[in-house]
Design a protein around this ligand. Structure first.
Ligand code: ADP
Ligand code: MG
Length: 255
């Protein structure tokens, strides 16, 4: 019967080993600013792969190139040299509007500064992020509610940012990033704000969401205890990859 045939076809497809396309592939990605005497090579020929569903910490001192790397991964900036593939697609071939669409549909951002709109409630801040997606008002409300619930802030939905603690504001910012169901969350020092006293809680939350929602999480930090929570640590020094914990583990096993 037709149903049976379909079943067989599905089985065949499933038994074929398929390589999952990595989320990111960087090949000699370089980013320099300025020219001649003011030239700064913020990222120097980075080659690495980030797999789907990985939790990667980008670790290193101030000025080592962490934010520069995150901006390239977030398609907020373009490399001066080399190439970056996102889910198999070379970003250098995409125009500005295609990159904007990618940021909107696939990527979520969390920054050290929460960037909440002070005159809007927690729920409205999350809903605003959904405005470009063409959802109805009701769908937006529903998605915002679910997202605030996921970060444990449903009871604070009607509060203004000034009525929330730093940690709670960062959780609203995380809910805002999650509301669009991104495949990747990029976080730049999310626990680094002096107002975020409860950095541990923000960290726990991101780590839990990464697992529950199967999100690829790339987190920039200069705190060792935060980097230790990640599956993998990329240590940057002067714009170069000084250490990749995934590679060192593999090397250790090979010995
Ligand atoms: P981190 O986030 O690790 O502190 P950044 O990626 O912000 O490091 O910066 C890396 C290097 O690039 C630093 O030396 C910084 O001064 C330089 N840099 C960053 N952004 C710019 C810019 N827009 N123009 C010139 N230099 C920059
Ligand atoms: Mg930085």
């Amino acid at each position: 019967m037709t149903g049976h045939g379909l079943e067989n076809r599905e089985k065949e497809t499933m038994s074929t080993p398929t390589e999952i396309t990595p989320t990111y592939e960087l090949d000699d990605a370089t980013r320099s600013y300025g020219e001649d005497s003011t030239l700064v090579t913020a990222l120097d020929a980075l080659t690495l792969t980030i797999k789907r569903g990985e939790f990667v910490a980008i670790f290193g001192p101030s000025g080592s190139g962490k934010t520069t790397l995150l901006q390239l991964l977030g398609a907020l900036d373009r490399p001066s040299g080399g190439s970056i593939h996102f889910e198999g697609q070379p970003l250098e071939l995409l125009g500005d509007s295609a990159l904007a669409e990618l940021r909107l549909r696939a990527l979520g951002f969390v920054f050290q500064q929460f960037n909440l709109i002070p005159t809007l409630t927690a729920a409205e801040n999350v809903e605003t992020a959904l405005a470009p997606l063409g959802m109805s008002r009701l769908e937006r409300k529903d998605a915002a509610e679910k997202s605030l619930e996921a970060v444990g802030l449903a009871p604070r939905a009607r509060h203004l940012p000034t009525q929330l603690s730093g940690g709670e504001q960062q959780r609203v910012a995380i809910a805002r990033a999650l509301a669009r169901s991104p495949r990747v969350v990029l976080a730049d020092e999310p626990t680094g704000n002096p107002d975020t006293r409860n950095g541990e809680m923000v960290m726990e939350l991101l780590a839990r969401l990464h697992i529950e929602l199967e999100i690829t999480l790339v987190l920039v930090t200069h705190d060792e205890w935060i980097a230790e929570r990640a599956d993998r640590v990329l240590r940057l020094a002067d714009g170069r990859l000084a250490e990749d914990s995934a590679v060192s583990v593999a090397e250790r096993l090979a010995r």
